[in-house]
Design a protein around this ligand. Sequence first.
Ligand code: PHE
Length: 335
Amino acid sequence: MAKLADLRDDIKKVEADLGAQLEAIDDPSSLEAFRVEFLGRKGRISALLKQLGAVEPAERAQAGQWLNDLKDRSASAFSARETELRRRAMDDRLAKERADVTLPGVYRPYGHAHPLSKVQEEIESIFMRMGFDVATGPEIETEYYNFEALNIPADHPARADWDTFYITDSTLLRPHTSPVQIRVMERSTPPVRIICPGRCYRRDAQDATHSPVFHQIELLWVEEGLSLANLKFVLELFTKEYFGPGYEMRFSGDFFPFTEPSVQVHIKAPGASHWLEIMGAGMVDPAVLTAVGYDPERITGFAFGLGIERMAMLKYGIDDIRTFLTNDLRFVHQL
Ligand code: PHE
């Protein structure tokens, strides 16, 4: 028969070992090893419980009570330790993952529109607010759209005004956006109110104000009853929106085969002493209206063509057209 006193000593020993070991445990795997050693089915506490049958019946109740107490205390000590370890692991993780709000941010470079695109969009939006639609046409054009329909027949000396890159005998890189007028009028009935932005090409030697590739915006308004006064009104509104208030405007005579009369448009900044030439314009020539099947007795219209680079250079004080194409990021970022 097992002695009650011996059993109590064993219980004390197990409890002492258990306390000391539990204290030292600081990771989940030794916690599990601990559980198996003491609380497992074949653990030390189970082994003690098995001795209960060998205790004198009269002492069994006492022994059972001690053993139950041991089991309960061990189980709650274990789960307290387990909770404590979990909490510590969480604290460690939180400490490790804490964001240091004093660290500098990560610079993420992102793209933006080229200064020319921005100026183009700005001009487009001014005219769109006035009710013009944006139309585009091909950069590779035929002689017909680029010259003939614009009242510049073959062998006409005015062809020399556009230093054109020819691709074949009858196709070319368009030297202006005026052919888009023809394409749009051919497929529309008046009123026609469009602006046509796009790239143009000329066989110009490159210098501060010339580039073999550049951009224009063409404007065309065609319907009954339009006069030069309407053109002037549209241009004054545009100048005020694009450059600011207080600009003066004047027309001087010019010649384009597709407009009659043709004018050169000049503006003067408030307080400035000199006039700046900003674009060529005029009333659409009856020959052009006829070429697209309109009746020039009934329909009139006006058009202009402005250089986008020139508009950007005037507004932002850029003195060399080549800077638009060199992709120097200091320049590209500044507008
Ligand atoms: N197409 C002309 C040019 O490039 C500009 C222009 C357009 C003039 C429309 C008058 C009317 O030189």
